[in-house]
Ligand binder design. Structure first.
Ligand code: URA
Length: 479
């Protein structure tokens, strides 16, 4: 991070920055150079550890700041991550010309300097996109009672810090480290540590997490959209070594044509409209003898909602005194294959903690077992299930609760109450104890309702009421 000015007064000035992006060091150096009026041709940029006789680091705020157009600062942020050793010199030339007399330089993509920097920014953006898409975690075992996940990735550029926010947001409930030759990231559920470059670790081959990912990949692979040229462009071969799904691709591509034929044949013989009653009748003929068998059936049953990928099954000990039923898994639950691990789940865990309960004591499940969503660009937008869809999944929920045998079932929100009661229930009116077809139950709000309340005061009041409900339900289950 240090910008060191090593040469005495003279024709050339050397600036040594830390290896990597070193945005703070670059910023401090540029401020000082512009304040001194040193043109780009008199500055030599390099990276590395400072020498014994180099001048002490420059204080970041010693020189006055100056303003740059936003497009320039954004470009600087990206280009600093580029692996090209000339990046600092090129950027300083852009900054110098912009502050001197070419304020609109950035708007001229035909300028060779701007053109080159834009190409570099594009390469960095692409590298970031690839890292978002192709990091794969493997379990590295238990550390202090929590499972730890490791991933190895080799980005082309210095993008480790630039991608940190994405992975924290995507996997907030997991303990993970991402190791790269340019630096590492470690997250423990609360804090992020940006560490030094790493060597490729010996990662264990295939684990539960990887198996889950492989079955997810297999189930979302659409044979009708198989386009090998596009796939190779999107997933270049150099990433394959770290991608467990790469080994599935040749087989999936090979079988694509026959799977498409089978899909067409199935489509032709399927009834035009899915009738939930028919589907339930067909399922009722199955008689799973254990919760595991029921779950296996659920896993093999195609989603009944649009967008659904894999079934997110209930979790918790059979015989748990209290079962909590939500609406449906969200984006994160679908990725991790576990209920209540996304934002609403985290709020629920906090409220449970305040009610004196913990996740491990409870059975957690959902009325609808698949994530219903519509794709909007890269985002998967949650869609509420219709009452027909909730009813379609009722058979599973009933069976599941029959195996778990909780003393009390909490319905989190209206969809869960509909699934448990078999008819629409107004949460506002029914809030509190209620029998669900003879099963002792309790109705309360869904945690995502609390997240959606815009006013913090209303949110606090609703949260306190939610915690009180969970406490009351727990007391009833204990009694
Ligand atoms: N919301 C739910 O209802 N269930 C989940 O598992 C997550 C969010």
């Amino acid at each position: 991070m240090d910008a060191l000015f090593a040469s005495p007064a003279g024709a050339l000035r050397e600036v040594i920055l830390s290896p990597g992006a070193d945005a703070a060091g670059f910023r401090a150096a540029v401020r000082a150079l512009v304040a001194e009026g040193l043109p780009p041709e008199r500055v030599i940029w390099s990276t590395g550890a400072p020498g014994l006789f180099d001048a002490p680091p420059m204080a970041p705020h010693a020189a006055p700041a100056f303003s740059l157009p936003r497009a320039v600062t954004e470009l600087i942020g990206l280009v600093l991550c580029h692996g090209d050793p000339e990046r600092h010199g090129l950027l300083y030339r852009l900054i110098w010309r912009t502050v001197k007399d070419e304020r609109a330089l950035i708007d001229n993509p035909a300028d060779p300097l701007v053109h080159r920097l834009m190409r570099m920014a594009k390469a960095v953006r692409r590298d970031i996109h690839k890292m978002h898409a192709f990091v794969r975690f493997r379990s590295a075992g238990m550390v202090q009672g929590r499972e730890r996940f490791l991933a190895w990735f080799e980005p082309e550029h210095f993008i480790v810090e630039a991608v940190a926010g994405f992975f924290v947001k995507r996997f907030p409930a997991m303990d993970w480290s991402i190791l790269t030759p340019h630096g590492s990231l470690s997250w423990d559920g609360t804090s992020l540590v940006i560490g030094p470059p790493a060597l490729r670790p010996a990662l264990p081959e295939g684990d539960g997490f990887e198996e889950g990912w492989l079955s997810y990949y297999e189930s979302t692979f659409n044979p009708a959209r198989t386009n090998t040229a596009m796939m190779t462009k999107e997933m270049p071969k150099k990433y394959w070594a770290n991608l467990p799904e790469a080994k599935l691709i040749p087989g999936l591509v090979q079988s694509a044509a026959s799977r498409v034929d089978a899909m067409i044949a199935r489509e032709a013989s399927a009834p035009r409209k899915r009738d939930p009653r028919k589907a339930v009748e067909a399922m009722s003929e199955q008689a799973p003898g254990t919760l595991e068998e029921l779950n296996r059936l659920m896993r093999d049953t195609p989603p009944f909602v649009t967008g659904g990928t894999r079934a997110v099954l209930g979790e918790g000990p059979a015989g748990a005194p209290l079962a909590l039923v939500g609406e449906q898994p969200g984006d994160q639950e679908d990725v991790e294959g576990r209920p209540f691990v996304g934002p609403a789940g985290r709020l629920l865990m906090k409220a449970l903690g305040e009610a004196g309960l913990s996740r491990e004591q409870l059975y957690l499940t959902n009325a609808v077992k698949h994530f219903k969503y519509v794709q909007r660009g890269k985002r998967r937008l949650h869609q509420s299930p219709t009452s027909g869809e909730v009813k379609h999944y009722r058979w599973w929920l009933k069976q599941e609760l029959d195996f778990v045998q909780p003393r009390l079932v909490v319905a989190l929100g209206a969809s869960a109450a509909l699934a448990l009661a078999g008819h629409p229930v107004s949460v506002t009116r029914a809030r509190g104890p209620m029998k669900f077809e003879g099963r002792p139950g309790y109705v309360t709000t869904h945690p995502s309702y609390l997240l959606r309340l815009p006013d913090p005061a209303a949110q606090n009041a609703a949260y306190a009421q939610f915690v009180a409900d969970l406490k009351a339900a727990a007391e009833r289950a204990a009694g």
